[in-house]
Design a binder for this molecule. Structure first.
Ligand code: MIC
Ligand code: SF4
Length: 656
């Protein structure tokens, strides 16, 4: 029986364990990436590890999230990151150079390599045939130091693409179809592998859009083969030498199969407030639109913006629609300028934002209250746009612009019927204008020693982590429902600037869910209580931000009891000494109320000895219920050592 492409790439990188369902594998990481919002914490921890030299082939530090600089904090972070990059031989992509995933695809991505990034959309690199995985900053810092990255041996899902995209239908619609099929929960531990005759008509940026939003299904990553389209993209980037053909064996075995007929797709949209709420655009037709934003790491490539320009050519957006366009990278901006597209976009009245995450993470361009905002990005969680009651829909660039021009939700064919706009078919350049002057190469080794790391007042220390307590004794400090995202736990937007300052950021834990939580939890902590979060299904969806574990931990949270967890967040909780426990019987969730006194006797011993079933005493209700502690042996060591940093230090000591 042959092998899937996923298996071929991962197996060639295994350094611990073996390819066997239900076990954990440790893989060698070739490349790492960080972005500023997770990067400062990653590097504070990297520094704390005392590692002198990088073990990865390439590590890039991007500045793309916090670029608004309202106050000194962001700029201080940037200065810290630059000094760390100089000190340790890390490549630095400066603010304004673009979104990490887009720039990485353009300048560094390599078929067949492994990439670990401190951002959940790192799988964008799957579009170029990489095994590109998102993780918490600490895991990335460990990989930079040469530690393997551990993941459950994945279940590989083959998604066969047939046919080709019709007029007004785009790669975004294909991945929204995938979301409709697979949903946003229940895919933990899976990898989507794309194959089939439909691939040939999809360019690398289109594949990257599809790979990017696999993150919304919760899969570990998504992978495309490396073929002639991949070669063409790398050639246009002046990097054909990085190309290698890669594909699954024809008789490869898969755990699950699905098929998508690209020819049968129609324009789709994700309704508020989840990427999984998929509807046909025609069923939403007529809803008045206030804001339209094109950009983010999902749809900000040359092709996306050339498409936008061709649709806008000679037209102006109506007075009551605000159109925002954010190129994914400086390269995209330079090339759409070279080819005349930028002028069309400017003339149409679009507000051009520098290449960055921008509106996608609520860093500017918040919609008006109650406004309908159509966005080409990948997440529409409640409040993420910066406006609590905004109604955000996720759509393709084609649908975004058709709607912007008509002032109401509409697919391209409506625009064609009403204004005579033809489906755009932009040619992709044979060769992109490349200019890497905003990418700072590492300093020569002898010059690194003298570099001083610059720490402004916003740069705190690495988080301090407590080990699992002997026995847990505390309260359910909050009870939340299903699908709590990391945006609910640790808001971004205006709060992003505190990412390097745990103490300040902790004041905003669950801000949008329960504004009193932080003060209540801190008071309980100070009275000696071990705080517990009680949650429903799929707790910790969305981003890789480890602050969603670190900041609750700083407020005395020692365990989360949930119906189920998402992969990255579960790993982050363990890394920072917070135990992820799941209800053995989901219905027991209904028994516990916020404020209940909870106890787990002999917790530490149970975790250390590998016991999976633990008894929780709800002293308020006078009842007991069982929770499962499903951790690998490695994770148990981390939890009992007092977090991943302490475990790594203990392991290093053991080796000496
Ligand atoms: C996001 O899209 O939510 C982010 C901001 O890029 C995060 C990382 C972060 O929280 O900094 C992600 O997806 O991992
Ligand atoms: Fe940036 Fe948005 Fe992409 Fe996250 S999803 S990396 S915030 S563009």
């Amino acid at each position: 029986m042959g092998k899937s492409l996923t298996r071929k790439i991962l197996e060639s990188h295994i350094v611990e364990g073996e390819w066997k369902a239900g076990t954990e594998i440790g893989i060698r990481i070739d490349q790492t990436l960080t972005q500023d919002a997770t990067g400062t914490m990653a590097y504070l921890q990297f520094e704390a590890m005392g590692i002198r030299a990088l073990a990865s082939d390439l590590s890039v530090s991007y500045i793309d999230h916090n670029t608004l600089q309202m106050g000194f904090e962001n700029a201080d972070d940037h200065r810290y990151l630059l000094s760390v990059a100089r000190k340790y031989g890390i490549v630095m992509s400066r603010a304004g150079n673009g979104i990490c995933h887009q720039v990485h695809l353009e300048r560094f991505g390599k078929p067949g390599a492994t990439l670990l990034g401190s951002d959940s959309h790192t799988p964008t690199g799957g579009g170029i045939g990489m095994a590109a995985i998102g993780a918490g900053g600490l895991d990335v810092a460990l990989a930079m130091g040469g530690a393997p990255f551990f993941l459950p041996c994945p279940e590989v899902v083959r998604i066969t693409l047939k046919g080709r995209l019709g007029p007004w239908v785009s790669a975004k619609d294909a991945v929204l179809k995938v979301l409709e099929k697979f949903g946003t929960k229940g895919n933990v531990g899976r990898i989507f592998e794309y194959t089939g005759p439909g691939l040939a008509s999809l360019s690398v940026p289109e594949r990257a859009t599809i790979a990017n939003m696999g993150a919304e299904c919760g899969v570990t990553t998504s992978i495309f083969p490396s073929d002639e389209a991949t070669r063409g993209f790398l050639r246009a980037q002046g990097r054909e030498g990085d190309w290698a053909p890669l594909d699954a064996d024809p008789d490869a075995a898969y755990d699950l199969e699905a098929e998508i007929d690209l020819s049968a797709l129609e324009p789709l949209a994700a309704r508020p407030h989840s990427p999984g709420n998929v509807s046909a655009v025609k069923d939403l037709s007529g809803i008045k639109v206030d804001q339209v934003c094109v950009g983010s790491c999902t749809n900000s490539s040359y092709k996306d913006l050339a498409t936008v320009a061709l649709m806008l050519r000679g037209r102006v957006v109506p007075a009551d629609v605000s159109l925002v366009v954010t190129p994914g990278s400086r390269q995209v901006l330079l090339n759409i300028e070279r080819d005349g597209y930028l002028a069309d976009i400017i003339a149409a009245g679009a507000r051009i934002v520098e290449p960055s995450c921008s509106f996608c993470i609520g860093n500017g361009q918040a919609p008006a209250s109650g406004a309908v905002s159509l966005r080409s990005s990948n997440r529409n969680f409640e409040g993420r746009s910066g406006t609590a009651d905004a109604q955000v829909y996720l759509v393709s660039p084609e649908t975004a612009i058709a709607s912007a021009l008509l002032g109401r939700i509409a697919g391209g064919s409506e625009l064609e019927a009403e204004l005579g706009v033809k489906p755009p078919r932009p040619e992709l350049p044979e060769s992109y204008l490349t200019d890497d002057r905003m990418i700072i190469a590492p300093l020569p080794v002898p010059e690194r020693e003298a570099v001083e790391i610059v720490r402004g007042p916003n740069i705190g220390g690495p988080p301090s982590v407590a080990a699992v307590p002997e026995s847990l004794s505390g309260r359910a400090a909050i009870k939340v429902g299903d699908k709590i995202t990391t945006d609910h736990i640790m808001p971004a937007g205006a709060r992003l600037k505190y990412r390097s300052n745990i103490q300040a950021y902790s004041a905003f834990v669950f801000e949008g869910v329960d504004p009193l939580f932080a003060a209540r939890a801190a008071a309980l902590r100070d009275s000696g209580s071990h705080n517990v979060i009680v949650a429903g299904l799929s707790y910790g969806q969305g981003s890789s931000r480890e602050h969603a574990a670190i900041c609750p931990a700083a407020l005395g949270v020692r365990a989360v009891i949930a119906k189920s967890f998402e992969r990255m967040h579960k790993a982050n909780l363990v890394n920072f000494g917070v135990l992820p426990l799941s209800f053995a019987r989901e219905s027991d969730y209904d028994l516990v109320d916020q404020g209940d006194e909870l106890e787990i006797r002999g917790l530490r011993e149970a975790v250390a000895s590998g016991k999976t079933e633990l008894l929780v005493r709800d002293a308020t209700k006078g009842i007991d219920f069982t929770v499962l502690c499903e951790l690998s042996e490695r994770q148990r060591r981390i939890a009992t050592a007092g977090g991943a940093l302490a475990a790594a230090a203990a392991a290093a000591k053991g080796r000496k």
